[in-house]
Design a protein around this ligand. Structure first.
Ligand SMILES: [Zn+2]
Length: 98
């Protein structure tokens, strides 16, 4: 991952994350799987970027909602049909012209 650093008073370096960096690290941030330096970089970026704050809030709300759903139970026949669909369904090309 590419990141740049700014030097504050020649004493410390702080990761300067881009919106793309924040987007790529959103899941790890919400799962608290980032090392401290990355987490601080995220917090700093979120303090100054309303777009990324909104993005993080939306992902968090979606994950929270999905975790409340009951697990789906499939019969063996349904499971086999689903696997067949995943493995053998033709891939449509949405960029193809009609
Ligand atoms: Zn941002």
């Amino acid at each position: 991952m590419r990141e740049s650093y700014i030097n504050l008073e020649n004493r410390t370096a702080m990761p300067w994350l881009t919106c793309r960096d924040v987007s790529e690290m959103t899941t790890d941030y919400l799962d608290r799987a980032l090392p401290l330096s990355r987490r601080l970089g995220m917090r700093f970026h979120l303090a100054i970027c309303s777009y990324c704050r909104r993005h993080i809030e939306q992902v968090h709300a979606t994950v929270t909602l999905l975790r409340k759903l009951p697990p789906v139970r499939l019969s063996q026949k349904q499971e086999d049909a689903l696997i067949d669909q995943i493995l053998y369904a033709p891939i449509s090309d949405s960029t193809a012209e009609p």
